[in-house]
Design a protein around this ligand. Structure first.
Ligand SMILES: Nc1ncnc2c1ncn2[C@@H]1O[C@H](COP(=O)(O)OP(=O)(O)O)[C@@H](O)[C@H]1O
Ligand SMILES: C=C(OP(=O)(O)O)C(=O)O
Ligand SMILES: [Mn+2]
Length: 539
């Protein structure tokens, strides 16, 4: 019965033709399709020794931000954060053309996968999303990553709030005359409530695409919408870990002492913190059981590996970087042992900003006051790490407001206002953690970072002696349990302290220059003194 209604819906959308529908396939159906002899090229998966299937995602092994557009129309013109870096505008004519390509492509398919799922754990704010695609492993990916409806919820799903049509096999021949970036496209139309994809097979466009839509609808209702992971302790204490790709959200939120809420996208409403997703998407480069036991154990049947090298015995070599630095695994969240389900908990009281500092200047941890919490959230200083975005092959320092500029659909201040007001209301404290480099030229070890996180969560960090770091204008603890001696003050990791000072001044001037974008308001002007400074003052 359901299939007949779904076929009717697809016809109404414009996907005509003679295809078979595979509606909300089970994991077994997906597995069969992925390993079937009739799957060819990038559609084909390999079974690994853990039972997880491994696929190659094709030319695109990461998101393609330069190919991402939003239709500029009555709904979006005054709301969307049109910026030089994100949310490139396009018009209705181009949209109609590209949508035509997508509909044509899907109409010629023999088999179409339709997955209905939720984005958001709360009924009052979730999006009911319908994903339409041709490739089985893409259906597997969204089944892993979004919230799987129960049989009852599926029966009563009703009309979707948003539709994602993924026609990754088609490219756009007219991109040059249309003034677009390339033959590949990821376009959102907020009036039609449809996202279309062409050219790129990478599943992350669907995951982060719906995140960008949550980032639109929720803050407009006054809710905080956040690019962070979240976990909760035995006592109900919630910690959030903000950070750009590769800074440690997934790794650090998988903590054997705590329960995982989610590893990437959350909202915060009057009841507390809630996940948008139903799964995790972990990097597997150099993965070892010893360093990341929870993620290691989640890689089993139903997990979907991407862009890893598998040998003839089905063994995966996580140390092989030859396809990409962004090798990944997606799995439903219940494949992590310690979780809360449904994925939500109370209000957060520890807010951790993860920054992977490529300059090696930032301290491994700094204690932020209320204004610094706001200042550093608006700055979002970090590095883009290799792999997750097309064209990034080594760490590139960047200021990414809200630690997620690529996914912001409203002005950054909207996210800082909603977050900071929640933090004030619930007495949450913020910390800036550098998971990147220091003066040794190496990345700060996962062991040290984990001990730092422990000290934040158990409160030790607020009890110990502190010191101010000049230029950066940051307060650091002088020692913490299980953290190596001589790293907490970043100057100690340099053989020549002048070298640190030169780099610190350079970073401070970058902060100052970047913050000029916010000094057109009184609030922005007020925050300047909370940031780095070129004055050698201080204590
Ligand atoms: N000190 C550190 N803290 C966190 N992660 C680290 C650290 N050093 C190395 N890493 C590695 O960096 C990567 C962090 O990636 P991940 O947790 O997936 O980030 P995100 O979820 O924010 O994209 C992992 O591969 C992890 O092993
Ligand atoms: C999948 C992504 O998220 P992250 O790297 O933050 O886990 C992404 O940015 O495309
Ligand atoms: Mn992650």
């Amino acid at each position: 019965m359901k299939n007949i209604k779904v076929i009717q819906d697809l016809h109404d959308l414009g996907i005509t033709g003679d295809y078979e529908i595979c509606y909300n396939p089970s994991y077994d159906e997906l597995f069969q399709a992925e390993v079937s002899h009739s799957s060819k090229g990038y559609e084909k998966g390999a079974v690994t020794d853990t039972g997880a299937v491994a696929v190659k995602t094709g030319v695109f092994t990461g998101r393609s931000p330069k190919d991402r557009y939003i239709v500029l129309d009555e709904v979006t013109k005054d709301t969307i954060y049109w910026d030089d870096n994100v949310n490139f505008p396009t018009n209705k004519e181009v949209w109609d053309d590209l949508k035509g390509l997508v509909l044509n492509q899907l109409s010629t398919s023999k088999k179409i996968y339709v997955v209905d799922a939720f984005c958001g754990a709360n009924e009052d704010t979730r999006l009911k999303v319908r994903f339409v695609m041709e490739v089985a492993w893409q259906a597997h990916f969204v089944t892993n990553m979004f919230i799987r409806p129960s049989v009852y919820e599926l029966e009563n799903f009703g009309e979707p709030d948003f539709i994602v049509m993924n026609a990754s096999k088609v490219t756009n021949p007219n991109w040059e005359v249309q003034g677009l970036n390339s033959e590949n496209f990821v376009v959102f139309n907020l009036t039609e409530k449809i996202q279309i994809i062409g050219g790129t097979w990478y599943g992350g466009e669907m995951k982060k695409g719906m995140f960008a839509m949550m980032n639109y609808y929720l803050p407009l209702k006054g809710l905080a919408s956040m690019h962070c992971s979240a976990n909760v302790g035995e006592k109900g204490d919630v910690a959030l870990f903000f950070g750009l790709s590769g800074t440690g959200k997934t790794t650090l939120s998988a903590d054997p002492k705590r329960y995982l809420i989610g590893d990437d996208e959350h909202g915060w409403d009057e009841n507390g913190v809630f996940n948008y997703e139903g799964g995790c998407y972990a990097k597997v480069i150099d993965l070892s059981e010893q360093n990341e036991p929870d993620i290691w154990r989640a890689i089993k049947r139903d997990a979907l590996l991407e862009n890893v090298i598998v040998n003839e015995y089905g063994e995966v070599d996580y140390y092989d970087h030859s396809i990409t630095e962004n090798s990944r695994v997606s799995y439903p969240i219940y494949q992590i042992n310690k979780i809360v389900l449904p994925s939500k908990a109370g209000h957060a009281n520890k807010i951790i900003y993860l920054s992977a500092d490529a300059f090696g200047v930032l301290p491994p941890v700094s204690i932020l006051d209320e204004d610094q919490a706001q200042y550093h959230f608006l700055c979002g200083y970090t590095s883009k790490l290799a792999g997750t975005e097309r064209g990034i092959t080594e760490p590139v320092p960047s200021f990414s407001p809200a630690f997620g500029e690529a996914f912001l659909t409203l002005h950054p201040t909207k996210y800082s206002q909603t977050l900071i007001s929640k933090m004030k209301e619930h007495g949450a404290k913020a910390y800036l953690v550098n998971t990147g480099w220091n003066g040794t030229g190496k990345r700060i070890s996962l062991k040290n970072t984990r001990a730092i996180i422990d000290a934040i969560i158990n409160g030790e960090i607020n009890e110990v002696a502190t010191r101010k770091i000049p230029f950066l204008n940051l307060t650091v603890p002088t020692s913490l349990t299980d953290v190596s001696e001589g790293i907490l003050d970043p100057r100690d990791s340099y053989t020549d302290v002048n070298e640190w000072e030169e780099k610190a001044k350079d970073l401070a001037s970058r902060y100052i220059q970047n913050f000029e974008r916010y000094t057109d308001t009184e609030e922005g002007k007020r925050l300047v003194v909370s940031g780095p400074t070129l004055e050698p003052v201080l204590f």
